[in-house]
Design a binder for this molecule. Structure first.
Ligand code: GTP
Ligand code: MG
Length: 147
């Protein structure tokens, strides 16, 4: 079974969207196996977005992500990485379909509400980085109706 890292960004937390977003992933069937509200240290933000270090928006991205708390999660389920990305919508909210998180709540690419790992390799790296590789293993009665 697959795990993914998902984070409600500072704009989502400030706008009171944490509950709505968690609700969508839960209703989809993904299992919450880790969660925390946290202020992101500068070094963690830079490490998380290291792949974008040379991009012109890197500085803005890091200062945005450290500007106010984020809500970080580990979600588990069949194809969790791609399923979470599908629920999130495209990177640019202006191009995200209605019904997706960014499509319903986002307006600009600079503040696109949510992050989700883009591959199983990224998920492994990010769960290690944000949760020290720890998550909570437990069974739900409903799991037999999901897979
Ligand atoms: P994340 O889940 O946040 O990683 O988004 P993504 O995987 O859909 O997009 P990507 O990894 O390519 O970009 C990471 C983040 O950088 C995006 O979510 C945006 O917040 C930001 N970003 C990407 N492109 C731009 C841009 O052209 N301008 C600005 N201001 N931010 C951008
Ligand atoms: Mg990305």
């Amino acid at each position: 079974v697959e795990k993914t890292f998902v984070m409600v960004k500072p704009d989502g937390v400030q706008r009171g969207l944490v509950g709505e977003i968690v609700n969508r992933f839960e209703k989809k069937g993904l299992k919450l196996v880790g969660a925390k509200l946290m202020q992101v240290p500068q070094a963690l933000a830079e490490e998380h977005y290291a792949e974008h270090k040379e991009r012109p928006f890197f500085k803005d991205l890091v200062s945005f992500i450290t500007s106010s708390p984020v809500f970080a999660m580990v979600l588990e389920g069949d194809s969790a990485v791609s399923v979470a990305r599908t629920l999130m919508g495209k990177t640019n909210p202006a191009e995200s379909a209605p019904g997706t998180i960014r499509g319903d709540f986002g307006l600009t690419i600079g503040m696109n509400i949510i992050h989700g790992s883009d591959s199983t390799e990224s998920a492994a790296r990010e769960i290690k980085l944000w949760f020290n590789d720890e998550s909570v293993a437990y069974d739900r009665a409903v799991d037999v109706w999901l897979a």
